[in-house]
Design a protein around this ligand. Structure first.
Ligand SMILES: *[C@@H]1O[C@H](CO)[C@@H](O)[C@H](O)[C@H]1NC(C)=O
Ligand SMILES: *[C@@H]1O[C@H](CO)[C@@H](O)[C@H](O)[C@H]1NC(C)=O
Ligand SMILES: *[C@@H]1O[C@H](CO)[C@@H](O)[C@H](O)[C@H]1NC(C)=O
Ligand SMILES: *[C@@H]1O[C@H](CO)[C@@H](O)[C@H](O)[C@H]1NC(C)=O
Length: 416
């Protein structure tokens, strides 16, 4: 018999001043932030590669997924090449092995074994499904065998008979053991050789009665150093200590390809809620695996003409402003549903203490507003990556396909 758990985990950045009101018995799991820019690519190049994959990988999916995808090697779903990734500790099997998995709202298979020094182990709780699994990501791929096994997320959410991939080959996942896929279940379509969908950890936690709503909340916070535990993943409800004001609920957008992900409609203005339009009402996605705030090329051109920002194409690939331009920088306003979310000048900055970590100059002022690499009007015209999510609480409800946002104690922080 499973009982509903009520677990509160306090975190590095969580100032627990007021009493925590827990709705729907949610289960909170700490998220560690890993920062690792290596190799020749800039943060922008990595984000743009993921964005291309999200748009075009998904567009070709219905054709390529026709039959036994594991055999054809044709399944493509996006992920995760982030300079900054959020990871969670996941125990698998009995006796358990611990894996460090990327938390990804842009894909939905959960798998381990990316690091061959920490492979999947067959234990007393392993059940081989006999199916092969293959998933290709923007920056890598894995293939292997699909098992059912006991999966314990963050030591507090224990899911029996979770479908989980055991990698036999993986490429492009340095420094992590695999992925905890928490996006829409449909993204698992065709990933295994027996066809059909693979229930996600959220689906199973709900059907086992461990949580009472099929809902996932994500709380990130700005940070000024490279490695810290400052986020929280909440299964089965909302932790009201993580946001301020009311939640705004909007349906997943109907516009493809954003509709395949955690996609929303949004309008962006500059200067004030009814200021200059930067991006007219259009569809895009919210994505934990993208570092920056990516906007369609024409929107970035408008933003540049409003702010005077110029591209640093030598070192970082980011837009850059002078101190005088920063003094004049205005807020962006994100219109989502009936609510307008302000995104302050400070929120638009790349954290200055991390300038040199991305190859920039220590005293420069870089912006996280960056070019998606394609024009608006293509059904995926922005990605609110975690530079945006650090300022807003975010909920994905996969039962009724809604997304919710709220302001947080960090919305107006001047940490950057
Ligand atoms: C950072 O990335 C490099 C190469 O991509 C990898 O070898 C290393 O293990 C990573 N470090 C961490 C802490 O993830
Ligand atoms: C890293 O950041 C956390 C929270 O942002 C802070 O508590 C900690 O002191 C920082 N560590 C260093 C070495 O700056
Ligand atoms: C989003 O925008 C599209 C295009 O304007 C519109 O058809 C749709 O009704 C809007 N809302 C949703 C939830 O998709
Ligand atoms: C979806 O479910 C959430 C939480 O249960 C609720 O707050 C929201 O109003 C629902 N949205 C719709 C459109 O039913």
């Amino acid at each position: 018999m499973f009982t509903k758990l009520l677990v509160a985990v306090s975190l590095a950045l969580c100032a627990a001043a007021s009493p925590v009101t827990i709705r729907s018995a949610p289960i909170s799991i700490p998220l560690a932030r890993q920062f690792n820019l290596t190799g020749a690519k800039t943060v922008l190049e990595l984000d743009q590669a993921r964005a291309r994959f999200l748009k075009h990988g998904s567009a070709s999916k219905s054709k390529t997924r026709a039959k036994g995808a594991a055999a054809t090697g044709a399944v493509t779903v996006p992920v995760t090449n982030g300079v900054v990734t959020y990871t969670v500790a996941v125990d698998v099997g009995s006796p358990a092995t611990t894996y460090n998995l990327i938390v990804d709202t842009g894909s939905s298979n959960t798998w381990v074994g990316a690091d061959f020094e920490n492979p999947y182990f067959i234990t007393s709780t392993s059940q081989d499904t006999g199916a092969e699994v293959f998933v290709e990501y923007g920056s890598g791929l894995f293939l292997g065998e699909e098992f059912l096994d006991t999966v314990s997320i963050g030591g507090v959410l224990n899911i029996a008979k979770q479908s989980i991939g055991a990698a036999e080959f993986a490429e492009g996942f340095d420094g992590v053991d695999g992925i905890l896929g928490i996006g829409p279940t449909d993204l698992t379509s065709g990933t295994t050789s027996d066809g059909g969908l693979v229930p996600t950890v959220l689906d199973n936690a709900f059907s086992l009665g461990l949580i009472s709503t099929k809902e996932i909340g994500i709380s990130f916070a700005p940070t000024t150093n490279t490695s810290t535990v400052n986020g929280e993943l909440i299964f089965g409800g909302v932790d009201t200590s993580k946001f301020t004001g009311e939640l705004t609920n909007v349906p997943i957008t109907t516009v493809s390809p954003a509709s395949e992900f955690v996609g929303i409609n949004q309008t962006i203005t500059y200067g004030s809620a009814d200021g200059t339009t930067v991006l007219a009402s259009t569809a895009g996605i919210v994505d934990t695996g993208t570092t920056l705030l990516l906007l369609a090329t024409d929107a970035v051109q408008t933003y540049q003409s409003l702010t005077g920002a110029v591209l640093d194409d030598v070192n970082t690939g980011l837009l850059q402003i002078t101190p005088a331009q920063f003094a004049n920088l205005q807020s962006l306003f994100f219109h989502i549903g009936d609510t307008t979310f302000e995104f302050t000048p400070n929120a638009q900055l790349w954290p200055r203490s991390l300038n040199t970590a991305i190859g920039g100059e220590a005293d420069a002022i870089y912006l996280i507003v960056s070019d998606l690499g394609s024009p608006s009007g293509e059904g995926l015209d922005f990605i609110n990556g975690f530079g945006w999510l650090e300022r807003h609480f975010f909920v994905f409800n996969s039962a009724n396909n809604t997304v919710s946002f709220a302001t947080t104690q960090f919305t107006d922080a001047t940490s950057n």
